[in-house]
Design a protein around this ligand. Sequence first.
Ligand code: PLP
Length: 367
Amino acid sequence: MNNRKEIFVTRSSMPSYEEYCEAIKPLWESRWLTNMGEYHQRLEKELADYLDVPQISLMVNGHMALEMVIQTFDFPRGSEVITTPFTFISTTHAIVRNGLKPVFCDIKLSDGTIDENKIEDLITENTVAILPVHVYGNICNVDAIQKIADKYGLKVIYDAAHAFGEKLNGVGIGNYGDASIFSFHATKVFHTIEGGAVVCKNDEIYEKLYNLKNFGIRDEELVVSVGANAKMNEFSAIMGLCNLTHINDAIAARRYVYDTYRRLLMNVKGISLFDEQADVNKSYGYMPIIVESDYSLSRDELNLKLREKGIFPRKYFCPVTADHVCFKNRYRNEKIDNARKLAEKILVLPIYEGMEEYDLERIISLI
Ligand SMILES: *Cc1c(COP(=O)(O)O)cnc(C)c1O
């Protein structure tokens, strides 16, 4: 019963065992396993090149990247941050754990990103920032969002966890807003097992990030500020360096899967797909479909049917973060109808490098 193998929503890309072992060998000589070592520094340089940004700061994971970059802006406690509820719970946690209030803005059904036309209505005298998400690698309307931010003097921080390596009109996506964070979790397009990074506009923010991620230590006897520990270790950095050598192949392989899904699902009655963004170079981290009411099954029924066959799609993001028990009725969320509607119809299908043609065809034909 070989065809009973389980197919999950994603599968980590990895270098060959030999390649990774060869790459980590020097660590047995140097015994320098963390604390901004050689490989940490190399990965920061190579990633800055790849992402087409001036510099980056590596972090222990994407969530801490987001928490810490928010912290560097020193917003007054209780200030409001306009954000999307249609995201991984991490985005909202990062705001709340900074002592700030998320104000949930609705999304566009065409691509799942924050609706830039609904942001201004939510701005009050307590608003300090906008925190949009390039959900599924669909890029937000960065120009319109920047205009609003400039008009009201707000910071813009992007959660770009889904948009590794993406470009908008040829420009690396990390160049927009005041800062962006990436996640290098094992389930993401590019990973360092666990890891993440911040990209930002100004050197002062990098200084603060360095202090925050390393206990504020600048010298053996000099601690300049209160900090935590959010450094990336050398084993992770080396996994990143290995994965980066293969990243273009990994993305090309995902692209084939993505294009095949879209081509063959486009005409299935009751299945809708997001609009393609012609000016974006995607990295194909996710394959979302929208199960409409005229499909032969409900979204939940389709999900269960696929699970019975050993295929495990995910209902990213259902429920929306504003409706989880930890946030429900605590923050402004009165007008997020599109987000809630999409959460009831969304299903994210398996997509990863090395997905077998047979499995891909089987999932498509089942749907
Ligand atoms: C994965 C993810 C994060 C968190 O990143 P980790 O590296 O898992 O901490 C944050 N936001 C979004 C949208 C994500 O998908």
